[in-house]
Design a protein around this ligand. Structure first.
Ligand SMILES: Nc1ncnc2c1ncn2[C@@H]1O[C@H](COP(=O)(O)OP(=O)(O)OP(=O)(O)O)[C@@H](O)[C@H]1O
Ligand SMILES: [Mg+2]
Length: 330
């Protein structure tokens, strides 16, 4: 039996604007097990980054948890981190239990701050001896293939690939159980992408981190490391399955479009990626009723326009939100 590390239950995370709400994550439930890599894929704007902020409980205005819960297992017991004050989550969870490499993190490092300064800040905020943590940072730099002397350098002195490895070294310095990485390889060239994935898997193998949530729009990358895969569409999870079955036979029509375009042997189609699904994702202030994918779906039925399909387990370990399956049409 796999142990659950994190649970998200019926969570709605909206950007509350003056006159409207952007329903960026809209009623999602899932769990992350100990010792697994979960990939999250979906088109731009489908809510991947919002989901990562929800898991990390980094809710900054206007982002608001409108409904639902996030639970994290600490010392064998689930704690509802979504009900704790931000300061407490920061102190007791961030860095030690759960860590996040935000989208574009490597470009967000302050150019005038040496890498070692980040370690000093971390030591102070967690009341750890600075020298001890700097020693640990040197080891970690080594482990990710960076010269420990580079801790003294400024971010701009490092190449993109090195900077991203420095970010991951710093983010994991306190051995958090869960790492959320939001598009960590998107800005890297193919060679550096490979190096980065290797480093990530090495950190997992060494139990520096136990579980990884890897957000990307690049299926070709994620298929190399993920055990399970979440497919998001317009703020919803439309399919959640293990990697093998998802690759062999995606079930949700959106997942089918997404995967078939990437896995096709024709390079021209592959290059165009998901553009083989006609249409564009909806505006999340006022998404279509029923199934949010219905205006683009090649298999649309009457019921899809009226009712929202629930995310249901249709095979062991496979969930899909589509009436083609729950209505027994396929
Ligand atoms: N600060 C904000 N205020 C209002 N709306 C926002 C804000 N940030 C994101 N959104 C909206 O929320 C929705 C989900 O955005 P999100 O950034 O989570 O998508 P994403 O899947 O990470 O996209 P990408 O692949 O481009 O990174 C989008 O419609 C986006 O426009
Ligand atoms: Mg994003």
């Amino acid at each position: 039996m796999k142990e659950v590390l994190l649970k998200v239950e019926n969570a709605k995370a909206y950007y509350k604007l003056e006159k409207a709400s952007v329903r960026a994550v809209d009623d999602v439930s899932f769990e992350i097990f100990e010792d697994e890599v979960v990939g999250v894929v979906g088109e731009s704007g489908c809510g991947k980054t919002t989901l990562s902020n929800l898991i990390f409980m980094n809710m900054l205005k206007p982002l608001t948890l409108v409904e639902g819960k996030v639970l994290f297992k600490i010392n064998g017991k689930f704690e509802q981190i979504s009900s704790l004050p931000r300061e407490e989550v920061k102190k007791r969870f961030w860095g030690t239990q759960i860590t996040m490499v935000p989208q574009s993190a490597m470009n967000a490092l302050m150019p005038t701050i040496r890498m070692s300064k980040y370690i000093e800040h971390l030591a102070q905020s967690h009341e750890i001896d600075v020298r001890d943590l700097l020693e640990k940072a040197k080891e970690r730099f080594n482990e990710v293939g960076l010269d420990p002397l580079w801790l003294r350098r400024y971010p701009f002195e490092l190449s993109g690939g090195m900077r991203q490895r420095a970010v991951i070294a710093i983010a994991t310095i306190l051995n958090p159980k869960l790492l959320i990485a939001d598009e960590p390889t998107s800005a890297l060239d193919v060679v550096n992408q490979k190096v980065f994935l290797k480093v990530l898997m090495q950190l997992k193998k060494m139990s520096v981190v136990r579980s990884i949530v890897f957000i990307t729009h690049d299926i070709a990358t994620i298929r190399q490391i993920a055990d399970r895969m979440i497919v998001m569409y317009a703020g919803k999870i439309v399919e959640f399955s293990d990697m093998e079955r998802m690759l062999v036979r995606p079930l949700h029509p959106y997942a089918q479009g997404l995967f078939n375009s990437v896995l096709t042997p024709e390079p021209e189609i592959r290059k165009r990626e998901i553009s083989v699904i006609p249409g564009t994702p909806p505006n999340l202030i006022n998404p279509p009723g029923g199934c949010r994918f219905h205006p683009r779906c090649p298999h649309v039925m009457e019921i899809c326009k009226e009712k929202e399909p629930p995310l249901e387990e249709i095979e062991e370990g496979r969930k899909v939100a589509c009436f083609l399956y729950s209505e027994g049409k396929l």
